[in-house]
Design a binder for this molecule. Sequence first.
Ligand code: MEV
Length: 442
Amino acid sequence: MKNDGATEKLVAGFSKKSKAEKIAWISEQFSQPEQAKALLDTYAHPDSLRQSAHDDFIENAVSNFYLPLGVAPNFIINGKMLTIPMAIEESSVVAAASNAAKFWADKGGFTAQVLDTEKAGHVHFIYEGDTAKLHAFFAAHKSRLLQATEPITKNMRARGGGITRLELIDKSDLISGYFQLDVRFDTQDSMGANFINSCLEQLATSFKEFVAQHTSFSEKEKDVEVVMSILSNYVPNCLVTAAVSCSVDKLLPSPEESKLFAEKFVQAVRIAEVESFRAVTHNKGIMNGVDAVIIASGNDFRAVAAGVHAYAAESGKYRSLSKAEIKEGVFHFSLTLPLAIGTVGGLTKLHPMVRWCHELMGMPDAKSLMEIIAVAGLAQNFAAVKSLVTTGIQQGHMKMHLLNILNQQGATKQEKAAAITHFKTQQVSYHAVTDLLQKLRS
Ligand code: MEV
């Protein structure tokens, strides 16, 4: 491949440099180094202790990258009132969640329920030998393997969790000699990634050791190759469901409007159940709510997104995660999704804003947080589909987007107020806002 001297620009030992040296080096990559450095400094926390806590999260930290933290009040979940914290950059999401919360508050609110909390991980290995011998060996040594993990699982077991299942799975129909140790876990209130991976690595080491000691295996059979040991973010048995329902005629002010709305809403969800182009966008709307709470609560949004989308494709076709129906005059709307999250450990201890968000939610345990996140997803989905089948999405979006455009154009407080009044009756577009600002300024 052509190399325009790129390798000569390699920076040696970057991670060993001090933070100031890193900032100086990276600023020099900009056409205006002073300005680039000043911006990094502006976004650094003025309290050096707080800043160093952030710096310790990752390698090569040079500043902070802000996301707005919003709150969506008026959520009634299983009869209790809650304000949900949401960290997100997309302008309409918090407003939509708040609207949905208020909409359902006088119709009984949301119900939510955790269905299961099982997590999974695997030791993936290659064994090119007699399958029956391997199964016999596993049956004879399973409890020894579990014993080898006991020092790691001790604290988790004391909290009521631990390894719940260990199986040998033959996957050699997929790849020659491919087997798994399939391990299931209960990680209580922690997401459990470190715990699961530590258990798996210990199982892999002990497995290889016990195989090597086993006299009935040939030398070739003893040569088990552990390819990797890792948790799975596919968690179809770590499920939560959230739901709303009310009499169809109570949905909107007039019974006629309500009936039409309910029918169109159900049709829209059905389309997302059978049509992948729509399903992906429909589920993206759900993830607007889910991710915002996942981030605010200090959880891993990449892990959750990977698991949720795999679950949506579980049938072999990517489908809507939510369902809607009208049954005996009652509108039902619900969502089931897999969520491997935690309320202890990780960022929950380290990030003061994460802690603040947990306090706002009443210090939920992992199951309660799963319920809150599912409700945020359902509320978001309801708000999006409601807009789509009534006014269209752009009306609400552009109103929120108006503020972003005004900020981009450096609008003053007075200009913003004038623009908000003006666009109450006019369609928002980038050009329309620019024109108005020009008029106001001339
Ligand atoms: C935009 O962020 C999300 C929506 O596209 C979701 C949907 O179409 O259901 C509005």
